[in-house]
Structures are given as C-alpha cells and as structure tokens.
Design a protein. Structure first.
Length: 127
C-alpha cells in the first residue's frame, strides 16, 4: 500500500526532513506543528492563547488538505515547555473539537524547535 504526502500552503512548510502529513491507508499522520505563521515562517507574536490557536489552525489546515477535519482526529499529542499552560490547552481545545474528544497525551519538554512553547501532532482516521 503506497503512502501519500499531504501538503498545503495554508500551514508552515516542513523545516526539516519530513512531510506535513502522510496518508497511509485510511490513516493520516499529521506532523508536529508549532505556532509558525505559514506566510512568514516566523513564530506568531502574542500571548499563549494566540500561539495555541495558531497551532490548532495549522493542524486544521493540514487535516483539510488531507480531506478531513478535526472530527476525524483520534489522537492528539501536545508538547509544552511549561505544563502550567495545560488548562489553557483544554479551554482552547473546546473551540476546535467536539465530544467525543480524541485520545490525548500532554508532554512537558525542555525545548521545542525555533524556541516555540507549544507543539502538537495528530492522527486522523477515515472509515
């Protein structure tokens, strides 16, 4: 079964040796997104909520390019350099996802690419 690379100009281009997403069978693996503005490839300015929303917008645009949406996301992983922002993740996530929410992990990390404070990746499934 071939794997297919997913790409969109509405999300930051890959900054390394990876694809924005890979579709394999009925599963799409969305690569980690940080709060980069896809037009400038610079971190967005603003508070943590602004950064979290940019990450969700980036992931959503890649999901859309793959023919899906957050409704098909079954697994979300959140990486934070400061876990005190976890309640804000929950709050903002309610604007992007409906119940039943995807399975999720939150991981505290020492650092993220480009000095970002948040990164998320996801897995989508199609029937």
């Amino acid at each position: 079964m071939p794997r297919t690379a997913i790409s969109t100009d509405l999300a930051p281009r890959a900054i390394g040796t990876y694809s924005q997403a890979i579709k394999f069978g009925n599963t799409v693996y969305l690569s980690g997104q940080i709060p980069l503005d896809p037009r400038t490839m610079a971190l967005v300015e603003g508070d943590m909520e602004t950064q979290i929303r940019r990450v969700f917008d980036n992931l959503g645009n890649v999901a859309k390019a793959a023919g899906g949406s957050f409704e098909q996301v079954v697994k979300l992983t959140v990486f934070l350099t400061d876990l005190s922002h976890f309640p804000l993740i929950n709050q903002v996530m309610e604007d992007y996802f409906e119940q039943p929410y995807p399975a999720r992990a939150a991981v505290g990390v020492a650092a993220l690419p480009k000095g970002a404070e948040v990164e998320m990746d996801a897995v989508m499934m199609f029937e």
